[in-house]
Design a protein around this ligand. Structure first.
Ligand code: FAD
Length: 587
């Protein structure tokens, strides 16, 4: 089967994009590595607690599940182009020992207890001992936390989807900075601590210090405090003014900020500015941290020690753009120097058939991500209508493998849509409020002015946040010669400096000489720090695979039992049918 659209990422951007396209009658598959739809912001347990926008997201997710193939626990490691222009989306998935529970987004199944990390942690990633065993699979079976069989049958195995179009909605992951002791168990990224709490109801520790920069520290600290942890302090490395320098932009967030401030006050959590954790101490795990007072450039001016068992640190986010760079999409540097995918007003990348939305286009919050997903969906529908695929396209199922019958995703996979013809049955006139799609047209038809203005405003807000909470160079002075910069390959700062003394002038040549970024995570954790140490902005990733995967999964690509999808399966999802108001992303 060939999908009209495959969406990678089940956060607000991916779900809005996929639903918009599916409602218009396109045959859509959405792939996410997590156990449930939600992404970083809407990550939730089986019994979700109230959170802004969550009800609406769950409505969208349910509507999507009824109209598209939602493949959870599928990690996409590559996308390649076929000679005829179609895209092959290469995923690795894993058979679960226990009977799989429902993949639905509505929280009907309680599989959090079995998550073991892979889905639960998603892109967040943990530092310290937990992260080493709990993250994504590894390239090469050795050391894999999953116990995969090398034959690819008992562990991870490959699933390949064929698509005419791709929407990259892969979000972002935490940006950590190295400091002495950051490799001790008990040191987590702020997103990792939050992922444990939101995804599995697990409180990361009992006496927790939260440190780093940016407003994301506030929900993390108040969430942990609300769940019973003693949060000893939030240490913000930048000044306290933050968004106050951008009052118009701050206005929209004033309510949220006040809510977090009240929560911190209620739990007696001190919030300190121009201070940060600069070292963690302990024999086998974290027992204390050094907190430093910082000047404007983050040079240390004074220190004191605080006893704790857990540290959550976060210095912003790194957009996940690997799938785009693999395909040759152009990138640009965002305000904070992060490489992001270049897109036009309709979220189209520079590579034909490929769109991107949400954090891979630039970090800007879940509202913006959802709006962009929706706009990308509209653009994709418009593209499909103006360049419809031939109805009598030859069946290519022989080239495609799909989840076997016992996979959790099969129930929805067998209800695949019937394609574009149905799309023509939906509303012809574009309507901004209902989200109805125009038959065809230029940018203005796909992106109505109201949406364009909203996107501009929220994008400006995201950029203002990045300006308000920069990473300052003084952190490099927190490191000692023996501080690990790359935890996977255990590369200390001294080795990086040696490489520089030998003539390495950029991150890539440092990597070649000293090996930071050559290990399990392929520079996803240390890449930013190594670029800073090299004195250059982070470069777009040039990794052959977007996500670590096992050799077993790769081997199963050629396994004789690779199955073709049931292309003849009747369509039970009524693509192009009448749209219930609740299912519309506009609601
Ligand atoms: C760790 C973390 C925590 C955050 N917490 C908050 C918060 O509490 N409040 C807030 O306002 N904002 C938060 N943000 C910002 C947040 O990301 C939102 O702005 C919003 O969730 C972005 O939506 P998105 O759809 O672009 O990406 P996401 O919500 O990140 O969704 C991306 C999805 O893609 C999936 N994915 C990525 N790569 C692959 C792959 N190769 N194969 C398969 N699936 C893949 C991920 O599992 C994820 O589900 C957080 C960000 C991070 C990184």
């Amino acid at each position: 089967m060939t999908y009209d659209l495959v969406v990678v990422g089940g956060g607000p951007a991916g779900v809005a994009g996929a639903l918009t396209a599916a409602l218009a009658g396109l045959r859509v598959a959405l792939v996410d590595s997590g156990l449930r739809l939600g992404g970083q912001y809407f990550r939730h347990t089986a019994a979700p607690r109230p959170a802004a926008g969550l009800d609406r997201f769950l409505r969208q997710a349910r509507a999507l599940d009824a109209r598209a193939d939602v493949l959870l626990r599928h990690q996409v490691w590559a996308v390649s182009r076929e000679p005829d222009g179609d895209l092959l989306v290469h995923c690795a998935t894993r058979d679960m020992a226990a009977p799989a529970s429902s993949p639905g987004a509505d929280g009907r199944s309680d599989d959090a207890g079995r998550s073991g990390g892979a889905g639960l942690l998603g892109g967040a990633g943990l530092l310290g001992g937990v992260g080493r065993s709990g993250g994504a699979g590894l390239l090469g079976g050795a050391g894999s936390s999953r116990g995969d069989g090398a034959d690819g049958r008992s562990g991870e195995r490959a699933v390949v989807l064929r698509a005419r179009r791709l929407l990259i909605a892969t979000g972002a992951h935490d940006r950590p900075l190295p400091f002495p002791g950051w490799d001790l168990p008990g040191v987590l990224t702020a997103g990792g601590a939050q992922a444990l709490l939101k995804g599995g109801g697990v409180v990361a520790g009992r006496r927790i210090v939260v440190s780093g920069t940016g407003p994301f520290l506030l929900p993390v600290a108040s969430g942990l405090a609300g769940a019973g942890a003693r949060v000893l302090g939030v240490y913000e490395a930048n000044g306290g003014l933050g968004l106050a320098r951008h009052p118009v932009l701050a206005l929209g967030k004033a309510g949220e900020a006040a809510m977090y401030a009240a929560a911190l006050a209620r739990h007696r959590v001190p919030y300190r500015t121009r201070q940060a954790v600069v070292a963690a101490h302990g024999e086998r795990e974290v027992e204390a941290v050094t907190i430093a007072r910082l000047d404007r450039d983050w040079n240390v001016t004074a220190t004191h020690v605080v006893e704790c068992d857990t540290v959550a640190v976060g210095y912003g986010f790194v957009p996940q753009i690997e799938l785009g760079t693999q395909l040759g999409c152009q990138t640009r540097h965002d305000v904070d120097g992060s490489p992001v995918l270049s897109v036009d007003a309709t979220l189209r990348t520079t590579v034909p058939g490929v769109w991107a939305a949400g954090e891979p286009v630039g970090v800007g919050g879940w509202r913006l991500a959802e709006l962009e997903g929706r706009l990308a969906g509209r653009a994709i529908v418009s593209d499909a209508r103006t360049r419809p695929a031939p109805g009598s396209r030859p069946d290519r199922t022989a080239n495609v493998s799909a989840p076997p019958a016992d996979d959790v995703s099969t129930a929805s996979a067998s209800r695949a849509g019937t394609g574009l013809a149905a799309g023509s049955r939906v509303e012809a006139a574009g309507d901004v409020r209902t989200g109805a799609l125009p038959e065809s047209g230029g940018v203005a038809a796909v992106v109505p002015p109201l949406f364009a203005r909203r996107r501009e405003r929220w994008r400006a807000f995201g950029e203002a946040l990045q300006r308000a909470y920069p990473v300052k160079p003084g952190w490099q002075g927190w490191l000692h010669d023996d501080t690990l910069v790359c935890r996977c390959e255990e590369v200390p700062l001294a080795r990086v400096r040696e490489a520089q003394a030998l003539g390495a002038t950029d991150a890539r040549s440092i990597k070649l000489l000293a090996r930071p970024g050559m290990g399990w995570c392929q520079g996803r954790i240390c890449g930013y720090a190594v670029s800073c140490l090299a004195g250059e902005p982070p470069q777009p990733p040039r990794r052959p695979i977007a996500q670590p995967t096992t050799l077993g999964a790769l081997a199963s690509l050629t396994a004789p039992d690779a199955q073709a999808p049931d292309a003849q399966a009747p369509d039970a999802k009524a693509p192009g049918g009448a749209t219930a108001p609740d299912d519309d992303p506009a609601h």
